[in-house]
Design a protein around this ligand. Structure first.
Ligand SMILES: *Cc1c(COP(=O)(O)O)cnc(C)c1O
Length: 375
């Protein structure tokens, strides 16, 4: 499936970053001229600014979103909060990273089916999946929509479970004035270039209000060291470098405006697309704060036909995700239970172009192409 070279590409990162070109170049120049490229002032400043944005005390920059999740679970193991073989509940329809972080730590991922209305974890199914060996929940704010955190936190506190939010797609999503990342015991963010807050390379972060966890993560990301050449833990090298921290500081200043622009595209699609073969995401009026539209995902029983129809109309689209984690070769033989909701989703979902730089003419083209789709 082509996504570039079309009149309406699925995502145009060049156009998005061109908008901040002067500021990005100034920030990059500042780092080059500083002569300091790892673990310096830009990182400290970004960590403070992002912690403030999320409404938490600590932010720990790491190399990518997968490491943010993996290292948090690992930190909990070294702190005695988790141990090998503990069960961790995770949505079955997530991106593979949420699950890799669990198995990398020799914990046991227990897949739960999503709520078909929100496509996020279903608190009732979580409750039903808790066993005597369950120790943690990894809710994913899939496609940019905040999971039902009040219900999840209620279950977690009643059952004594840790909660690690996978907030890789949901920077800035909020509910009752509380943003993604501030609900759980910790949250992992990705700043992969295509994410809503995207670096110009790989980057990630953990946010938390727990000082002990933050402290442990600062060591683990840096060779297990708090003090140069003294190693308390068998850590890794997973650092967010100065250039990326400087890029992220620029883009964080514009994040709320970018989210506003994404919501404008989503609203136009929701108001404009009316095709019996396309199921739109459903969102009540009071839920708009909770969704930052990392992806605008529609469903169709004729998804592949819809995708080729859109391509013929010059519109890029992608499938998030074509293969469910439990169907991946990497996990063959790992799970055997049927997951019908998840499997239907992977057959039916299609992501339409969305982003802060999409103009009115492009929105109209997408709406018009969807509305003349006949399966
Ligand atoms: C992107 C993503 C990640 C991983 O982030 P990387 O920075 O690519 O490692 C984890 N979970 C979800 C849900 C994601 O979308």
């Amino acid at each position: 499936m082509t996504t570039s070279g079309l009149p309406v590409p699925f995502l145009d990162l060049k156009q998005i970053n061109a908008h901040y070109r002067e500021e990005l170049i100034a920030a990059c120049t500042r780092v080059i001229d500083s002569g300091w490229y790892i673990a310096g002032e830009e990182l400290v400043a970004f960590e403070q600014e992002f912690a403030t944005y999320c409404g938490v005390q600590h932010c720990i920059g790491v190399a990518n979103g997968l490491d943010a999740l993996t290292l948090t679970l690992r930190a909990w193991k070294t702190l005695g909060r988790l141990k090998e073989g503990d069960e961790v509940l995770v949505p079955a329809n997530t991106y593979i990273a949420s699950i890799l972080a669990i198995t990398e730590n020799r914990l046991v991922p227990v897949l739960t089916e999503p709520d078909p209305r929100t496509l996020n974890v279903d608190p009732e199914r979580i409750e039903a999946a808790v066993t005597g060996r369950t120790r943690a929940i990894v809710p994913v704010h899939l496609y940019g929509r905040l999971a039902d955190m009040p219900a999840i936190m209620e279950i977690a506190s009643r059952r004594g479970l840790l909660v690690l939010e996978d907030a890789a797609q949901a920077h800035g999503a909020g509910r009752d004035g509380r943003r993604a990342g501030s609900w759980g015991d910790a949250a992992g963010f990705s700043f992969y270039p295509g994410k809503n807050l995207g670096a110009l390379g790989d980057a990630g972060a953990v946010v938390t209000n727990n000082t002990e966890l933050a402290d442990r993560l600062r060591a683990l990301r840096n060779y297990g060291s708090h003090e140069k050449y003294h190693h308390d833990f068998q850590g890794v090298n997973s650092r967010l470098d100065e250039i990326q921290a400087a890029m992220l500081r620029v883009k964080l200043r514009h994040l709320d405006e970018d989210i506003r622009l994404r919501r404008r595209v989503a609203k136009a699609y929701l108001d404009g697309i009316a095709c019996p073969d396309i199921v739109l995401p459903r969102l009540a009026d009071e839920e708009w704060d909770a969704h930052v539209w990392h992806l605008f995902v529609v469903q169709s029983e004729h998804r592949d036909l819809l995708q080729s129809h859109l391509e013929r109309s010059g519109i890029g689209s992608l499938i998030h995700y074509p293969v469910a984690p439990h169907r991946q070769t990497a996990y063959s033989g790992y799970w055997n239970e049927p997951l019908p909701v998840t499997e239907a989703l992977h057959r039916n979902v299609l992501s339409l172009p969305i982003g802060p730089s999409i103009g009115a003419r492009e929105i109209d083209a997408v709406v018009a192409a969807c509305n003349c789709f006949i399966a």
